[in-house]
Write a protein that binds this ligand. Structure first.
Ligand SMILES: CC(C)(COP(=O)(O)OP(=O)(O)OC[C@H]1O[C@@H](n2cnc3c(N)ncnc32)[C@H](O)[C@@H]1OP(=O)(O)O)[C@@H](O)C(=O)NCCC(=O)NCCS
Length: 165
């Protein structure tokens, strides 16, 4: 059974380990002590039997929800956990009056791009040499207005699909 819960300070050690597993040694660890105390930040964790298998995080800037992190343990990918984490972030953003969701993703990261496309994100821009580790460009992706009936229907369809697995 997979549960999605809000991250707390008690989870930090486990999340830092997962972060290193997912992004490698050169990754700059997220400063969770600072992030978790901010009202505009949200982090969610996916756990199976209390074992951490994924996490996601966002910042709310006015009406824009910025997805800043999203990762699933390599052994648990393609099991729809990424979708569950993203839906939680978007629903949380909606509760806090977000109107659009945006993020950056590596040009070569097709898995993540496919996940985001499923949620209606499309490419609106590009940042050259954005990633410190390998100097890859970032694609800037945005959703349409997440408050419209059309977008709500898209979310419901995904949610219904997820309830069946
Ligand atoms: C991107 C990531 C979070 C996706 O997590 P996940 O739990 O495997 O994703 P899901 O199972 O929910 O898949 C969602 C959709 O994304 C697409 N997708 C995900 N992995 C894919 C792959 N390897 N090949 C093709 N499509 C893929 C599919 O459309 C999939 O939907 P479907 O299974 O209904 O066809 C995961 O691959 C990951 O942690 N990658 C490393 C960290 C990373 O790149 N994070 C994103 C930074 S922007």
């Amino acid at each position: 059974m997979i549960n999605i819960d809000r991250m707390t300070m008690e989870d930090v050690e486990q999340v830092l380990l997962l972060e290193r597993t997912c992004f490698g040694e050169g990754w700059t660890s997220t400063p969770f002590d600072r992030e978790l105390s901010r009202e505009d930040c949200s982090y969610f964790l996916a756990k199976e039997n209390n074992n951490l298998i994924g996490y996601s995080g966002s910042w709310l800037i006015l009406e824009e929800l910025h997805v800043i992190i999203m990762a699933v343990h390599p052994d648990y990918r393609r099991k729809k956990i990424g979708q569950k984490l993203l839906i939680e972030l978007i629903n949380d953003g909606l509760k806090n009056n977000a109107k659009w969701v945006t993020l950056e993703v590596k040009v070569t990261n097709m898995e993540a791009q496919k996940l985001y496309e499923k949620f209606g994100f499309s490419v609106k821009g590009r940042r050259k040499n954005y990633y410190q580790q390998d100097r890859q460009d970032a694609l800037i992706m945005w959703t349409e207005d997440i408050g419209t009936p059309e977008y709500q229907e898209k979310l419901s369809t995904i949610e219904n699909e997820l309830m069946r697995v």
